[in-house]
Structure formats: C-alpha cells, structure tokens
Design a protein around this ligand. Structure first.
Ligand code: ADP
Length: 490
C-alpha cells in the first residue's frame, strides 16, 4: 500500500495561538515564609531570609527563611520526638489514613499548586498542571495503600522503619520530588526533615500548610529552607538515619563522602545524559514528538532528559528535517500561558551554564541550529537548540547541560548504537523507537540505564521504580523498591 504523504507545517505562514494565560487570582503567596518545624511555622534562628523570584520576569515572589544548622537540629529533634512518641507507635492502617488525606488535599488544591509551581520554577503551566501535581497526588495515594501491607510487600521479612529521614531535593520538580521522598518515608513509618532547593521553596512550604491542615501529628514532616550548607547540616546531623538526595552528581559525591563510615542509609538520584535512539523502522512522526518531549518540553530541566539523540543513518535526514520543522512551531515564553511549550530557565546561573555549553558546542565544531523565536525581554530564556555532527568525545555529548540542548549522532548497527549510548559516565534513562518488539527487548537488556522507555519518553508512574546506574546514583524511588529504601528488611 502506498505510504500516505505526511502533512508538514509551512514555516512561512505567520499563524499563531492567541495568549491563553492561566489566572493567578485564586492563589495566595505570603510576603514571607518561615520553616515548618514540629507542626509550627518557626522563624529562622539567625533571623535571615532570602528572596525567591519568578524566573519569567525576575520579580520577587516572597522571602524565604534562611535555615541554619541550628534550625536543622531543631527540625531533627522534632522529627525524632514525633518518631519515638507518636508515628512509630501508630498502626500502618492509621498512617495510611493520613497519607491518603494528604493525597486528597493535593488533588483539591491542584490548581493552586500548579500555578505556584510555574510562577516559582518557570516550568509551563501545562507541565505543572498535567504532570507534576497529579503525579505528586498519585504518589501519596500509591504509598498510602502500602502502609498497612508492609509484611505482604516483603514476604518472609520483618520490615521495620529506620527513624528520621533527611531528604534534599532539587528545583526541577519541586512538589513532585517532595512527594517522591515524603510519601514512601511516611508509609514505612519514618519521620522526615526535608529541604527544597533554594530557587523553588514555595510549593514545599505550601505542602507544609496542607500537611498541617491534614492533621498529621506535629513533627512527622518538617521542612527547612536554605542553600547547600543547610542541606549539608541535614546530611551531617548525627541523629539522621537515612539520607535521600536528588540533585547533581557533584553534590551526590560530597554526600557519599560525608556519610562514609556512619550507618546512615542512603539513596542518591543524580545527573543523566540519556540516549534517545531512533531506528529506521520507527514511527518517525511519533519519534520526533518523543524527541521534543524528551529534551525541549520542561526546558530540558529533567535529569532523565533525552539529551543525546542517536538516529539510524537511513532516516537521519528525514528525522532532522521533521525535527527542525517541529522546533519552529514550539512556543517559548510565558510559563503561565497554556500554549507555551518551553517556559523560563529556572535561574540566571542555570541559563549561564546552558549558554556556556552552547558556546562550547559551537567551538567544538558541531553544526548549530536554533529556530528564530521572539523571546520575552525580561526573564531567563533559551530557545530549543540542536547540535548535529557532534562527536562521542565532545563535551556537549558527555556532560549534563540541563537545558533545551540536543546533541545528535548517527549509527548503522544495533551493536554500534549500544556501544555509543553506553559510552557515558551516567546511566539514568534511555529511549528506543522501533517497530520491532524483539529489538526493544534486546536493547533494554543491554542499555546500562535505570529506566528504558520504548516508543514513548518521560512517562512516570508511582508503581514503577526510577533510579540510575553508574554516576547517576543508586537506590530506586517509586514502586516497592522505593518503599524498601525506607525500611530495615531483616
Ligand atoms: P543543581 O545543580 O541541580 O542545582 P544541586 O546538587 O546543587 O543541584 O542541588 C540540589 C539540592 O542539594 C538543593 O536543595 C541544594 O540546596 C542542595 N545542596 C547543595 N549543596 C549541598 C551539599 N553540599 N550538601 C547537601 N545538600 C546540598
């Protein structure tokens, strides 16, 4: 049967969508936020605050308490007291009810959370509304269900809680990462001290308000805010039993060194440089959409972003032509607009890092492509960026950029692409696009990556474990593996 001709966008037409901004009238952001310790909002012991800004216009949104080691100590004490006196004595069934209630409250306040997430972090409202917030609620629902079934989850074991969990999260999925950390910890019977990233503290503090409303016993969840030294104070606190960290590989290594020789349990979810692999028998249009979803949506602010593209030689020209067409239709700009595909880069520092790598790519001799797009005058922006003709040793193929920058290579055989894709210090995720199930199974067993998506990309589910190989860290979040990370299994 003759192949249908695919419709392609006419790049010379000037059609566009009218703005469709999400309303902000329904949200309340206080001028100042304190830390949530022992069930109360507590002023920082040094009296200092720092600004959190909207990266889409660089305007200040609020002041956030600058937590110190003293505040961390207060929070760990509150968590220990809640653990020994209340939480460890409750039945799994009772713990599950609280976790379930938190899930329901997130759903009820979903609009508020998604608007604040986009304002504070710069990600598109479409992403926070359709991905971050529903997945955060789903994580609490999922782990609520396990709280009274731990012995069924781990047959022939006697699962017991660890104690106080210290949790440190990054800025790319602020509420979702808080949910990934808090939900399994509580289900397993631990109490928590969590620190959000310094540029995105607001939804974690909103979550603290919600947790207070849920009636969760005081001190079971504590939220401290601040920079790296506040995080280090959590890691180094002698009464923390478990450290869970998501962030850069550099900080992950510091944490591992800091806890060496202690009996703290640890899980690290670190950087990535995922390979997205397109075979000649792939559904090309869907694959192109998968490439865009993997690296351009969410500004490439995803540790599992498909930042290395491998295309089989026979379809290379078609893929690149279609990808460029698609890049020309992507809308970069106001994260609050429901039509926006690529929002604001989270911080000026991150934008500088991305621009540094774009320069490196050009200096290394790769072919560079960016569609012409109008960027807003204020704020941090980066158009979707494509590098072709890159080499394996190039820095833009080896190092994590954490921005909407894609490096493309070609391949001829399955063995060649496996070798190239695995040639990275990271191993968090990968994507494979092909019509052949047998090829998928062959590839998934040979890719040194924690998650391998087939004919899709960036799909998450609370039942499915997520985590890395090699310098992408160890331990898994999600599923029963994510629960076991918060238990002693004897
Ligand atoms: P990114 O480069 O993505 O910002 P980081 O690893 O620097 O990632 O930050 C992730 C989280 O780790 C943030 O909450 C940050 O404040 C915290 N952090 C930074 N340095 C340290 C450290 N030395 N010890 C513990 N936490 C840290």
């Amino acid at each position: 049967m003759a192949k249908k001709k695919q419709v392609e966008v006419d790049l010379n037409s000037d059609w566009g969508y009218s703005p469709a901004p999400e309303s902000k009238g329904h949200i309340k952001i206080k001028p100042q936020y304190d830390q949530f310790i022992g069930g109360k909002f507590v002023k920082p012991s040094n009296g200092k605050y720092f600004d959190t800004i909207n990266p889409a216009n660089n305007e200040k949104l609020s002041s956030i308490a600058l937590g110190s080691a003293k505040d961390v100590d207060k929070a760990v004490r509150a968590a220990r007291k809640a653990y020994s006196e209340v939480w460890s004595k409750l039945s799994g069934k009772e713990r599950g009810k609280y976790i379930f209630r938190i899930a329901r409250l997130i759903q009820e306040r979903a609009r508020e959370f998604s608007v604040i997430e986009s304002l504070d972090g710069g990600k598109t409202i479409r992403e926070s509304r359709d991905v971050d917030v529903p997945l955060a609620a789903n994580h609490f629902f999922y782990y609520a269900g396990w709280a009274d079934k731990l012995e069924y989850a781990f047959p022939n074991k006697k699962p017991t809680s660890l104690g106080v969990a210290g949790q440190i999260i990054p800025w790319n999925f602020p509420l979702l990462m808080a949910a990934w950390k808090i939900a399994p910890a509580l289900a397993a019977g631990n109490t928590v001290v969590l620190k959000p990233a310094e540029t995105t503290s607001l939804t974690a503090l909103k979550l603290a308000e919600l947790i207070k409303d849920s009636g969760l016993p005081d001190g079971v969840v504590n939220i401290v805010t601040g920079f790296g030294d506040t995080g280090a104070a959590i890691v180094n606190h002698p009464d923390v039993n478990k450290v869970a960290f998501t962030g850069s590989t550099g900080v992950g290594k510091i944490i591992q060194r800091a806890i060496a020789g202690t009996n703290k349990k640890c899980t690290l979810e670190l950087g990535g440089k995922a390979a997205n692999i397109i075979f000649e028998d792939a559904p090309i249009n869907q694959a192109v959409e998968g490439i865009v979803n993997g690296i351009y949506f969410n500004q490439g602010h995803v540790c599992c972003a498909g930042s290395r593209l491998f295309v089989q030689e026979s379809v290379y020209e078609e893929v690149i032509r279609k990808l460029k067409h698609r890049m020309n239709t992507l809308i970069v700009g106001d994260p609050m607009d429901k039509n926006t595909d690529i929002g604001a880069i989270n911080s000026k520092e991150q934008l500088d890092t991305i621009n540094k790598y774009i320069k490196i790519g050009q200096q290394e001799g790769a072919e560079f492509y960016q569609p012409a797009c109008k960027l807003p005058k204020k704020g941090n922006w980066c158009p979707p960026t494509l590098f072709t003709n890159v080499s394996q040793s190039s820095r833009i193929t080896q190092e994590e950029i954490f921005g909407p920058v894609l490096a493309v290579q070609t391949f001829r055989t399955v063995d060649e692409v496996i070798a190239k894709a695995n040639n990275t210090p990271y191993g968090l995720s990968a994507g494979i696009w092909t019509d052949k199930g047998s090829k998928i199974f062959n590839m998934t067993t040979k890719m040194r990556a924690g998650v391998v998506w087939a004919n899709t990309y960036n799909k998450f589910d609370p039942t499915s474990p997520f985590g890395g190989y090699k310098e992408s860290g160890f331990g898994r979040e999600g599923g029963l593996q994510g629960l076991s990370a918060y238990l002693n299994l004897n």
